[in-house]
Design a protein around this ligand. Structure first.
Ligand code: MGD
Ligand code: MGD
Ligand code: MO
Length: 758
């Protein structure tokens, strides 16, 4: 069982005994109840409860244990026996708690009571729900709705999300930023622009039928481990997986299935990637254009020599726009330039392109490595260019499949949490509820931050998440945050955002998804949409962490009722009593996607909401799928310069976003600390540094702003030269607020310009 060793460059497979060890540690840490363990058996099964971790799909025919190490961690994190009570807050001032680590804050366990911030004593004190709702309602009534922001982290159910967005619009704004704004907004905006669909086009079947998978910028072993099962099955069918990632992530190299006794006992594993290319951070556009150049050359040769096409020429003619321009651009590119910008050798890119040429059906999958760049849109557009060449969108076994983050982040957008009014059927809402919805564009995450800094935003409500810790430019934002009049946070556990308060502040504790949600008509189920656009019901059955907790639906309805003038069509109490009524409303607003919603809630494998691009109906400006000539070959927002490094802010295997489960990044072999900067050994030597030296990172964004993070230990790691890695959220203050994807404003957390200060 060599995988159990805590080696510093961990060589074991993802999964395997190591993941069993990971789970054992969580069990010891969270001290879950037997009921919580039983819940794991129901996790991601039809009729069961849907994991709060990643958004990977929940299959109709699940494995015996359809969960992974990190899904189990998320469930057990929610079902810890630890409690963060009013007594705890009586002992600690908020200022004191600000000095604590993220890990230690959340280790206090589940929040148990609604709390009000008492500024005079700098402490949270318990209050009643009625008091909290009344105070929030009074405050909101005094505000201009336009100066209020309703944020959502991508976990809340479709039912909660629909009502939250309705509340915002009845109150009078579209300021509905979502965690998606920091994540796959590049996808929502970018794919919409080029293929007319804001979400991926694949279903699970496509992974069972493809011959090749091109895989970009996703750390699957940590962030969507259950996806390793279909990838492993694909490899066994002979599918070639070509991976582009600056880091050799263990899960994508090797996977040992912890659910297979044979693999566990014999030490066997599956090699996942047949070709693993360590592209430079920000180098994917160049890599993709290089492959396109090679595919075009192959087309020319094949046609000349055999009168056979490599390209899908019928598809190109009938379904696409702009092919000739991209062809000219790619043909004119020099391999020198491609090699320099991508950091990859021509021979390797040609080998990858040959896999593509030979495959009949190719799926493209990607994560934050493509979306979190200043030219994130160009990344996606270049990938779509490659896919279009061979008609790999809108047919079986092929397509584009973004790997989404939070478990319902895609669904929140589907049911109206959007700052973009054009994406929401406002006329329909007007008719359904008898009010005039606001039509002006709302604020996304970056814009909300800008207006908090400028003082124009005066109230913030956070439906889950840890906004202040997750956003860029953290130091400046924390200072600006406290100038707001009202901050309200709805949460399960204490985090840093709860310690940065407006003048009036409430912290409202809610049920987790695994908990029984008993309302007066009985126990309620909720629904969510996964990465593959399938909608699933989820039924919690654990006894709530405290009798004081309310469901997110009840909290949203409570705030809405206290804020809005009476409206006979807004039945906040009835909706709280019976979530089936909310699903009827969703069905009425979105009849095509949600037909027969209540009857289909527990469809095994979920029900598919449909996708126009999958049918080759292109809802783009030209009515066709768009080829895009890249504006640049580098996805970075700044050029190279002496002493400037490309910082990737990364997740470890022991965290869920800002929730730090522990200090073991098992799959990367980094143990006991998160305060590291990962560097190529040759770079360490060339920069005159030594392994183990403690350094600072400082912003090198040429904007005159001072940003610095201290106390990071230089750790050798096989990264491309010039690229360094460090953990998110510890290094978020290094990301300038203006450094974001040009099209979608997704913060560019992967190619951050920094200097190393010894
Ligand atoms: N256990 C666990 N699961 C999670 C999460 C979690 O924190 N913990 N978070 C959830 C959320 S909200 C999200 S959005 C997803 C995030 O899941 P990922 O998309 O995997 O996000 P990151 O961990 O940021 O890792 C990005 C990957 O991109 C690579 N990369 C960095 N820069 C580049 C580049 O320029 N090009 C390429 N090709 N690759 C690059 C990095 O090496 C890394 O492997 O996971 C979700 N699931
Ligand atoms: N530098 C850098 N910054 C990043 C990223 C990066 O890769 N690099 N990634 C970005 C991405 S992809 C994302 S999605 C964002 C994440 O940003 P957020 O979604 O805002 O943050 P989370 O860390 O997921 O939120 C954790 C908190 O959610 C609360 N919570 C947990 N479960 C529940 C629940 O059921 N209900 C409620 N109401 N609250 C709950 C808990 O209090 C917990 O502390 O961060 C972004 N920021
Ligand atoms: Mo995310």
């Amino acid at each position: 069982m060599a995988d159990e060793k805590d080696t510093v460059h961990y060589e074991g497979a993802a999964g395997g005994w190591g993941s069993v060890r990971g789970m054992t540690e969580v069990l010891a840490r969270e001290r879950p109840t037997p009921a919580a363990l039983d819940t794991l058996r129901r996790q991601n099964k039809p009729g069961g409860f849907m994991c709060v971790s990643c958004a990977w799909t929940k299959p109709a025919h699940p494995h015996t244990f359809e969960f992974c190490e990190n899904g189990a961690k998320a469930t057990l994190w929610e079902n810890t026996t630890r409690r963060c009570t009013p007594e705890f807050f009586a002992k600690h001032t908020v200022t004191e708690l600000k000095g604590w680590k993220d890990y230690d804050l959340e280790q206090q366990g589940r929040l148990t009571h609604p709390l009000r911030y008492d500024r005079a004593f700098d402490k949270y004190v318990p209050c009643s729900w009625d008091e909290a709702f009344a105070a929030i309602g009074t405050e909101l009534k005094m505000h201009d709705p336009g100066s209020t922001v309703f944020y959502a982290s991508g976990r809340a159910s479709l039912e909660t999300s629909y009502l939250y967005a309705l509340f915002a619009r009845m109150y009078g704004h579209n300021n509905l930023p979502d965690s998606s704004n920091m994540c796959h907004e590049t996808t929502s905006v970018g794919l919409k622009k080029v293929i007319g669909s804001p979400v991926g086009t694949c279903v699970l079947e496509d992974l069972h039928k493809c011959d090749a998978i091109f895989f970009f910028g996703h750390n699957t072993g940590s962030n969507a481990p259950r996806l390793l099962h279909p990838l492993q099955e694909a490899v066994r069918r002979g599918v070639k997986i070509v991976t582009f990632n600056p880091i050799r992530e263990t899960g994508l190299e090797r996977f040992k299935n912890p659910q297979s006794p044979v693999e566990m006992l014999t030490g066997k594993h599956t090699d996942i990637s047949s070709l693993y290319l360590q592209v430079k951070a920000g180098g994917d556009i160049a890599a993709l254009m290089g492959m396109i150049k090679h595919v075009l050359a192959a087309e020319e040769r094949k046609w000349r020599e055999e009168k056979v096409h490599v390209l899908d020429v019928d598809f190109l003619a009938q379904h696409t726009n702009g092919f000739e321009e991209v062809k000219r651009y790619a043909e004119a590119l020099s391999w020198d330039e491609i090699e320099r910008e991508s950091g990859l050798a021509r021979a390797d890119l040609e080998e990858a392109a040959d896999v593509y040429v030979d495959a009949k059906r190719t799926v493209f999958m990607y994560g934050m490595g493509l979306t979190q760049h200043v030219h994130g849109f160009e990344n996606l557009a270049a990938m779509v260019n490659l896919a279009l060449l061979k008609g790999n969108i809108g047919r079986e076994g092929a397509g584009i499949s973004p790997i989404r983050g939070h478990s319902n982040v895609q669904g929140q957008r589907t049911v109206g949490i959007s700052e973009k009014p054009e994406l929401v059927p406002l006329d329909k809402l007007a008719e359904q509820f008898g009010f005039e919805p606001p039509r002006e564009k709302g604020l996304n995450t970056v814009e909300a931050c800008e207006k908090i800094i400028s003082g124009e935003v005066k109230a913030f409500i956070g439906l889950g998440g840890n906004f202040v810790r997750a956003i860029p430019e953290q130091v400046k934002m924390e200072a600006a945050w406290q100038t707001m009049r009202l901050t309200v946070q709805i949460a399960t556990k204490l985090n840093r955002s709860h310690l940065i308060n407006g003048e009036v502040a409430y912290l409202l504790p809610c049920l987790g998804r695994s908990e029984r949600d008993a309302q007066i008509t009985g126990d309620q189920a909720v629904t969510m949409e996964d990465s593959l656009s399938c909608i699933h019901g989820s039924l919690g059955n654990i006894t709530p962490a405290s009798a004081q907790l309310k469901s997110e639906v009840a909290i949203v309805c409570g705030m809405a009722k206290a804020t809005l003038p009476p409206n006979p069509n807004a039945k906040w109490d009835d909706w709280t009593a019976d979530y089936g009524l909310i699903r009827e409303l969703i069905q009425e607003t979105y009849p095509e996607m949600f037909a027969d919603f209540n009857a289909r809630v527990f469809t095994p494998g979920g029900f598919y909401k449909g996708n126009s691009a999958r049918e080759r109906i292109w809802k783009t400006e030209s009515g066709k799928a768009e080829f895009t000539v890249p504006k640049t070959l580098s996805a970075l927002g700044v050029g190279d310069k002496e002493g400037r490094w490309r910082l990737m802010t990364l997740r470890s295997n022991d965290q869920f976003n800002t929730t730090i489960y522990g200090y073991s990044d098992r799959l990367r072999g980094i143990e006991g600390t998160r305060d590291v900067v990962l560097m190529n050994p040759e770079d360490i030597a060339a920069a005159g540094l030594t392994e183990g030296q403690v350094v600072s990172l400082a912003s090198d964004a040429d904007d005159g702003e001072h940003r610095q993070v201290d106390g990071l230990t230089v750790t050798p790691y096989l990264l491309p030269r010039g690229c360094i890695g460090a953990y998110y959220p510890e290094t978020n203050s290094l990301v300038p607020l203006w450094y974001h994807d040009e099209e979608s404003k997704t913060p560019a957390s992967k190619g951050v310009p920094v200097r190393i200060v010894a």
